[in-house]
Write a protein that binds this ligand. Structure first.
Ligand SMILES: *Cc1c(COP(=O)(O)O)cnc(C)c1O
Length: 449
């Protein structure tokens, strides 16, 4: 296991106990997200160490945690930001991430977004031939930057992983310029040869569910195209290779496997030339930097039994765990049970469903799961939810986005607890929900006769 990459879950019990004791989760505010700040820093340090001392920009994939304090924390650790929308860009800028550490990668960038990205000096990866043509026009206009940071996203078409929706390198994926299609390679080499400003190449093979060998094959093919381009132009046209993110996370235990080190080692074996100093590297990891350092804690409101099945009705369901609820086979989560005071429960495990508060029958985060018998007033924790879960809110039943809190455990030598919290995002209020529901326009439909 690599430096700083051992997350063992040790932070959880103290954090949950103090969350309950300090009143961050209560009967009135029954859900919260918790983020272990030291775990995040350790993951970032592990990533930096894995890719060594060369020129590497680690651009955190903002969609995994679009939360300004998280982006700032990661920026403190030397990371940049990978953004895919004006909203994500605004968050990265609000966090103070400098423009030269921001990469824009969306398949649907508007002309205005591209113009702004070029003016700000962001790196831009064109996703399609049409987008490249749009960039041609923008860069030919008066006042265009002399040395823009522009690349092409390729789809190495190496195949998919176990989760179709997250596999971006399939033959027919919507992302990038397909590398293996008839004539594509020739077109790509010419595209670079004709554009002295086109100095980067990008691929992101996929996310959770992709085997490391598949990801490495995609990076190798991308690197080989860069070599072919540079041979064709007789110089170093492509100077930056952006290898994307996608390191899968182990949701089955506290083990961090695979690690950023494992992946970096495999890449060095499959594409050694990538690491010999000729290329500047960019990475875009999201899930692997945060998942293990977060959890969602929810109060249990009631328990019941139906058809012989024990069911706990807790306050964390599809609104905070939409993928787990709708695609449970792809996104299983471990659940830990704590008592009313936030202490770990150790009662004999019995099979139970853990249901959420939403008004549809499938709102279950665990089905027939062996867990210490849950009772009303207990708490359940959805583990490894530090990436994607805090922010992919599903606004069903007008349930509020919960508060998210960062924490550090300063256990004193005498054993007294010293968990300190910082607000990452305050819980959404009823007034905010009502405003989002169009309250300012309450009479407008009735007036439209
Ligand atoms: C989502 C995404 C990432 C991050 O993926 P993770 O699996 O969270 O590491 C990186 N790059 C691009 C282009 C993405 O779409």
């Amino acid at each position: 296991m690599g430096l700083g990459e051992s997350a063992n879950g040790a932070w959880r019990d103290a954090a949950v106990r103090e969350t309950v004791r300090q009143g961050l989760v209560t009967a009135e505010r029954p859900v919260a997200g918790l983020l272990d700040v030291r775990g995040v820093r350790a993951a970032a340090a592990g990533l930096r160490a894995a890719f060594g001392g060369g020129e590497v920009l680690h651009a955190f994939a903002v969609k995994a945690a679009p939360l300004v304090p998280v982006l700032r924390l990661l920026a403190d650790e030397g990371l940049g930001a990978e953004v895919a929308s004006p909203g994500e860009l605004a968050l990265a800028r609000a966090a103070g991430v400098p423009a030269e550490r921001i990469v824009l990668d969306s398949p649907a960038k508007t002309a205005a977004e591209l113009r702004e990205a070029l003016a700000l000096g962001l790196a831009v990866n064109a996703d399609s031939r049409e987008e490249l043509a749009r960039l041609d026009a923008l860069l030919a206009a008066p006042g265009a930057p002399e040395a823009p940071a522009v690349g092409i996203r390729v789809n190495p078409q190496v195949g998919g992983g176990s989760i179709g929706a997250l596999s971006t390198a399939t033959e027919t994926s919507k992302f990038g310029v397909p590398l293996r299609d008839e004539g594509a390679r020739r077109w790509l080499v010419r595209a670079y040869a004709e554009r002295p400003w086109l100095t980067r190449i990008h691929a992101h093979v996929g996310s959770q569910g992709c085997p490391l060998e598949l990801m490495a094959a995609g990076v190798r093919d991308t690197y080989e195209l860069a070599e072919e381009v540079n041979r064709a132009v007789g110089g170093r046209r492509i100077r930056t290779v952006d290898i994307g993110g996608g390191l899968p996370v182990n949701f089955a235990s506290d083990d961090v496997t695979p690690t950023h080190h494992d992946y970096a080692r495999l890449l060095a074996a499959r594409a050694p030339g990538l690491f010999d100093g000729r290329y500047r590297l960019v990475t875009e990891f999201g899930r692997s930097l945060l998942a293990k350092s977060g959890l969602i804690l929810a109060r249990v409101e009631y328990t019941k039994s139906a058809g012989g099945r024990r069911i706990a009705i807790a306050h964390a369901g599809a609104q905070v765990a939409v993928r787990t609820v709708f695609a449970p086979a792809s996104w299983p989560l471990r659940v830990a049970v704590y008592d009313a005071r936030g202490l770990p429960k150790s009662a004999e495990p019995v099979p139970q469903d853990v249901a959420g508060p939403c008004c549809f029958a499938g709102d279950l985060v665990a089905v027939d799961r062996m867990l210490p018998r849950v009772e009303a007033g207990d708490h359940v924790a959805l583990l490894d939810t530090g990436a994607y879960y805090f922010s992919n809110h599903y606004a069903y039943n007008t349930l509020p986005r919960p508060g998210v809190y960062g924490c550090v455990d300063d256990q004193q030598a005498d054993g007294s607890p010293g968990v300190r919290f910082a607000i990452v995002r305050p819980p959404q209020t009823l007034d905010e929900l009502v405003a989002e529901g169009g309250a300012a326009h309450a009479g407008d439909l009735s007036a439209l006769r």
